[in-house]
Write a protein that binds this ligand. Structure first.
Ligand SMILES: [Zn+2]
Length: 519
């Protein structure tokens, strides 16, 4: 599955909802261009997927302030250095950060009074081409491993496990393998299968896995033309047939010409067939090393056992002298606007030329944003775009220049934040008017400011979302994991320098923002 870096609301579970886009469970579901609110996020679920999630889940009781999770001492294990112990009072979590001495892996082990246990391993997987190697690997590692020799362990787990979540996502710069279960034995079985899959996959010694999951030639008849087939090749052909998806890709690639976001980690069908088995294997060697991983545990299970289990897998690896070069290059901000025009296949029958799509995109920052500014940006985004009466949303839609809004507003899932707004179903002559309208509306709003009532309403909405952390059928621990991951993978020095769990802390920045607004 390809999870694109889309607009999300920071510190809300909406960040997690994006990941639900899944080619495995909901086959052929194209990446949707937006996911900026919980409601829109949930819309990405197919009905059958939503049913199967809700039937397996029950409401998780809110942890109380006097929870046992906070009382338990951090686990110690001779193979691990304990780097930091901290509590996240906002969600009653106690997080211990470790470094595995031999392999260099970083681990955050969160204790919580929640039986919906979560495990995830994430690798930074930047790319320099659109062969889709991270996406093909994401599919391929789940096709059997040294210990789990079945060719379809993923399909078997999906059928036979009590899992509440089981999937994998390819982002533009990372690959994420999460599992969740309320049954402890089942949970550790899932963890074992996933760890062996990512570290010791059959795909590395058996080239037929790449052929099946990536690409191969197919010839049905000697007289027929030779064609390409493959699970990811076919999936991405579907994705590339969606005009909105092409638009989103073009915007991202044009905004970030200097780094990994300028190419497609999911794979461009025109480029996928240039991927060789040697490149594929070399990519796994380079990036699927524990020293390039971030490992997360969450729930009410035994904290020491987590470390024992991890050591069984990680101790087979030695930390390299220099860590894998996987840091994401920072894109320089622009000094002037640029325009990119790209063609896409449109249907001829509609009899109208109103098939153009336009988005205006901003790159917002070079340096990581201070907490209070991140929060302020989220509230500003809600004020501009969050409701049907929000000024930017309303101006775009009421203009009659297009049929529907494009661009999801603020996106803070990748290394640098972006803001995007536009329309689809635009007539050729109206294309330049969309940009003028967006800029004029922002200028007018900046001059007039927002009503005090509107600011309070947006602040309340964002605050309520953070406090409630109502993830619906989505495991809470997974929402936490996906929320802390950007800080964990983007900040220099990883978890040993600053705490990724800061991403979950909202009380202090909220108080500071309210104080600023009161002045
Ligand atoms: Zn996929």
């Amino acid at each position: 599955c390809v999870a694109m870096g889309r607009a999300t609301t920071l510190r809300s579970w909406a960040a997690a909802a994006i990941g639900v886009l899944s080619c495995r469970v909901a086959a052929g579901l194209p990446a949707s261009p937006m996911g900026r609110s919980a409601v829109r996020g949930a819309a990405h679920l197919t009905p059958s997927r939503a049913r199967s999630l809700s039937s397996k889940l029950r409401m998780v009781a809110e942890a109380t302030a006097t929870s046992s999770a906070l009382d338990a001492p951090p686990a110690e294990h001779p193979a691990f250095d304990l780097v930091r112990v901290e509590t996240v009072d906002e969600y009653t979590l106690k997080c211990a950060t470790y470094r595995h001495r031999k392999s260099g892996a970083e681990i955050i082990s969160a204790a919580a009074d929640d039986d919906n246990k979560v495990f995830g391993i994430v690798f930074r997987t930047p790319v320099t081409d659109s062969t889709g190697v991270p996406h093909i690997l994401e599919h391929s590692v789940l096709c059997g491993s040294d210990k789990y020799t079945s060719k379809e362990p993923f399909a078997e787990l999906l059928k036979g496990s009590l899992q509440t979540f089981l999937n994998a996502f390819t982002y533009p710069d990372r690959t994420c393998y999460p599992v969740a279960s309320q049954n402890t034995k089942d949970f550790y079985n899932l963890v074992n299968v996933y760890l062996d899959a990512v570290l010791n996959p059959r795909a590395k010694r058996d080239p037929t896995v790449l052929e099946q999951e990536g690409w191969h030639y197919e010839l049905d008849d000697a007289a027929a033309p030779l064609t390409y087939k493959g699970v990811v090749f076919n999936e991405m052909k579907g994705v590339y047939s969606s005009p909105e998806s092409r638009m989103y890709r073009a915007a991202q690639q044009a905004t970030f010409p200097d780094n990994t976001y300028s190419v497609d980690s999911g794979g461009d069908p025109a480029v996928i067939p240039s991927l060789s088995f040697e490149q594929f294997k070399g990519y796994h060697d380079a990036y699927y090393h524990p020293a390039n991983s971030r490992i997360f545990f969450y729930g009410d299970d035994d904290l020491t056992y987590r470390l024992q289990l991890l050591d069984e897998y990680l101790s087979a690896f030695d930390a390299p002298d220099t860590p894998p070069a996987s840091a994401i290059v920072t894109q320089k901000l622009y000094t002037k606007p640029m325009k990119v025009v790209e063609p896409f296949p449109a249907s001829a029958e509609e009899g109208s030329d109103a098939q153009h799509m336009v988005t205006v995109n901003w790159l917002l920052n070079e340096e990581p944003l201070p907490e209070v500014e991140e929060l302020a940006l989220n509230i500003l985004d809600h004020l501009l775009m969050g409701t049907t009466t929000a000024p930017l949303y309303k101006a775009m839609l009421d203009s009659g220049l297009g049929a529907a809004i494009m661009g999801g507003g603020l996106s803070d899932e990748l290394k640098q934040a972006t803001f995007s707004v536009g329309l689809k179903g635009v007539a050729k002559d109206d294309v330049p008017k969309v940009e003028v309208l967006a800029l004029e509306t922002l200028r007018a709003t900046a001059e007039s400011g927002f009503d005090a009532d509107a600011i309070e309403a947006s602040l309340n909405t964002v605050e309520f979302t953070m406090r409630e952390m109502n993830t619906g059928g989505f495991p809470k621990g997974l929402a936490f994991m996906l929320s802390i991951m950007p800080r964990w993978i983007y900040r220099e020095g990883g978890a040993s320098v600053s705490s990724p769990a800061d991403a979950l802390r909202f009380e202090a920045p909220l108080a500071e923002l309210k104080e600023r607004l009161a002045k």
